[in-house]
Design a protein around this ligand. Structure first.
Ligand SMILES: [Zn+2]
Length: 401
């Protein structure tokens, strides 16, 4: 078993230790020391980083014999019996410790206020998640989160001392411990003065003020559980800067104050709806005019109808359908339209009511040639397939066959 220096002093960053064992697995060297300040992955908390014997520590894990493995890149490293020094990446340790201690505070806040127990917790690279046993209507949750945030941050601003106790299980059982226990060795108890007692083997601040601001960023509800994503300390500051930058940018682009963004977006959405409505009306007018011009530009075939063949590159398919309906509103028109986008072609065929031509049959022939699918009624059909280098000629040939 490796002595856990981080249990006595979570602020210890430089230490000396003796190498107990060393082995190589998959090209990586694992070094076991008699004692260490490096926290290993576990209990919802990621492992520390830093330098050991002048080598980068890529990961730290703990095995089932409570030995802490310091993983170094490469197949060389200090040998058993060698005295080595280690230096922790303190910025990372402090950030993780802030999140972890914040979890104790936030979990107790939800328990005191709403009787919600914490069923799980994980610190990820992005934020920290806690799973609360809490069955609550969605409209109540934002208020409850605010109340818990208020209580949690009050505990932070109180700067209450945090103490650590290594107790026998019997001693620990007499304390008002929160139910969850994320480590097997639950004799180590973390006390936040007059607020929370929790069995835990992680790294913690020594006073609540070190944790900094605690903010819940988002929540998800599922099966009588609530998952919260929260940030504390430096992570909360980084998130504030990001969100503040986005807010400033939106306000500037909308030419309004920050407090007026909501109203400005409401106005934009209203304007957008009006414009879309007007755009639809104008599309109908444009399609009617375009259809008349197309019909006028075609000559009456000997077969007694006007053939309109048109390939409209990158035309919206719905707009093309509007156009084809205006075309066949004229008498004696057979309309074979296509639009191309990248390597595909989409087709819409229609004919006037006074013609006795089955455009569905023409569509089947067309999609056979294009390796696609399509169909419809005798007077209207649509389909698509691969693009063709001379799509207009292919369509025109259909009408002649
Ligand atoms: Zn803890």
């Amino acid at each position: 078993m490796t002595k856990k220096l981080y249990w006595q002093d979570s602020h210890l960053t430089n230490f000396t230790a003796t190498v107990v064992d060393r082995f190589v697995i998959d090209g990586r060297t694992a070094v076991i020391l008699d004692q260490t300040a490096f926290y290993p992955l576990g209990g919802g908390q990621p492992s520390d980083r830093g330098v050991l014997a002048e080598r980068i520590v890529e990961d730290v894990t703990i095995d089932d014999q409570e030995r802490i493995l310091h993983w170094l890149g490469g197949d060389t490293g200090p040998v058993p019996g060698q005295i080595v020094t280690g230096q922790l990446d303190w910025i990372r340790r402090r950030e993780l410790t802030q999140q972890h201690t914040a979890q104790h505070i936030l979990s107790q806040a939800f328990f005191q206020l709403f009787g919600a127990e914490t069923a799980g917790f994980r610190i990820t690279e992005r934020d920290t998640e806690i799973d609360l046993v809490l069955d609550v209507p969605p409209d109540q949750l934002p208020r409850m989160i605010c109340e818990a945030e208020d209580l949690a941050n009050t505990i932070v601003f109180d700067n209450r001392p945090i103490r650590f106790h290594e107790l026998t299980p019997a001693e620990a059982s007499s304390l008002p411990l929160r139910k969850e226990s994320f480590v097997a060795d639950c004799v180590r108890v973390v006390e936040i003065a007059d607020f929370d007692w929790s069995p835990c083997g992680g790294t913690h601040s020594t006073a609540t003020g070190e944790v900094g601001l605690i903010v819940v960023r988002s929540s998800e509800r599922a099966k009588r559980m609530v998952r919260l994503h929260f940030l504390a300390g430096m992570r909360a500051l980084a998130d504030f800067r990001t969100v503040n930058g986005i807010t400033e940018s939106i306000a500037r682009r909308l030419s309004v104050g920050r407090d007026e963004i909501d109203l400005a977006i409401d106005r934009l959405q209203d304007d957008s709806k009006q414009l879309l409505k007007r755009n639809r009306e104008l599309n109908q007018v444009a399609a009617e005019i375009e259809a008349s011009r197309l019909v006028d530009s075609t000559t009456l075939a000997a077969s007694g109808y006007r053939l309109v063949v048109k390939v409209l590159d990158d035309r919206d398919f719905d707009e093309m359908k509007i156009l084809v309906h205006h075309l066949v509103a004229h008498q004696g028109v057979l309309a074979l339209l296509a639009t191309r986008h990248e390597a595909t072609a989409r087709l819409v065929f229609a004919r006037s009511a006074d013609l006795d031509i089955d455009v569905n049959v023409l569509m089947k022939k067309a999609v056979d040639r294009l390796g696609g699918r399509g169909g419809g009624r005798p007077d209207f059909a649509q389909g698509g397939g691969e693009d063709h280098p001379d799509l207009a000629s292919l369509l025109a040939a259909l009408a002649i066959c």
